[in-house]
Design a protein around this ligand. Structure first.
Ligand SMILES: [Zn+2]
Length: 264
């Protein structure tokens, strides 16, 4: 079940610096923390939680936060102290498992759970290896973004490359079988902000806006092994949209039909 999350506003300059321009302190931490093993890492500062790197950083007081395990103690505290967000241009993707219901009817709960964990581990690995920022995962769906201040200038190409890696047969597997996934990839203006659960115990960073809905819709339309995307993402990634097939699709929340490009 989804946490009831509340979008937060404030500290706009700070969040614009972090996600649009790149904050010098955070970029320095990324540079240092990337050299240290092992995954998983804090989503914001990339400090490792396991292996020798995790051990070194725990001795420096940077440990995985116990109630908010996606972030280290320092970043969890930062999200609490500086709630807010900013409207910025970024790239994003949604990836979800296809035919989950069909799989669940023929398999045990343990098998279903093992398959979902295999999907989450491998897909999150692909996304973070391409400098993506994980925004959320709900069961069999992951939402990730590539804010330029976090992921670099070539955010659109990185998101597009991660999208095509996610649908390669050999990349997302469980017990030797490909887990079928569909992906939607897009670039556009969104509101990226801290979120907090209504009971105040859970903090995260999420994306909001019609471009986010459009990405989710494209992922939902994608067949197993398919990546659907937008002309905006293709152009920003240096590709020529007219090289790809597209279809104009009616979408809730959009007055005109939206062009959806078949990328893979
Ligand atoms: Zn951190």
């Amino acid at each position: 079940m989804k946490e009831p999350l509340e979008q937060q506003e404030g500290n706009e300059e700070l969040w614009r610096t972090i996600f649009a321009d790149g904050h010098p302190d955070l970029l320095k931490q990324h540079w240092l923390h990337r050299k240290l093993p092992l995954k998983p890492r804090c989503r914001l500062c990339l400090v490792p939680f396991r292996g020798i790197g995790g051990w070194i950083m725990r001795r420096k007081g940077k440990a995985q936060n116990s109630r908010n395990p996606n972030f280290c103690n320092a970043c969890d505290q930062f999200l609490e102290s500086f709630p807010g967000g900013a409207e910025i241009e970024l790239s994003m993707l949604y990836v979800d498992i296809r035919q989950s219901t069909e799989y669940a009817t023929g398999h045990s709960a343990a098998e279903v759970s093992q398959r979902i964990n295999a999907f989450l581990n491998q897909a999150i690995g692909i996304i973070t290896d391409h400098d993506g920022f994980i925004n959320a995962f709900y069961g069999d769906c992951i939402v990730a973004s590539w804010p330029p201040g976090f992921s670099g200038e070539s955010h659109a190409l990185k998101a597009l490359t991660a999208a095509t890696e996610l649908v390669k047969k050999e990349n997302i597997v469980s017990n030797g079988e490909t887990i079928p996934v569909g992906v939607g990839v897009n670039s556009g203006k969104v509101f990226i902000s801290t979120v907090t659960a209504l009971q105040g115990t859970f903090r995260d960073v999420s994306v909001f806006g019609s471009e986010v809905n459009r990405t989710a819709r494209m992922a939902a339309m994608a067949k197993a092994g398919q990546v659907l995307g937008s002309a905006e993402n293709l152009s920003a990634a240096g590709k020529t949209p007219s090289d790809y097939d597209f279809e104009a699709v009616e979408m809730k929340g959009f007055s005109d039909p939206v062009d959806v490009y078949t990328i893979v």
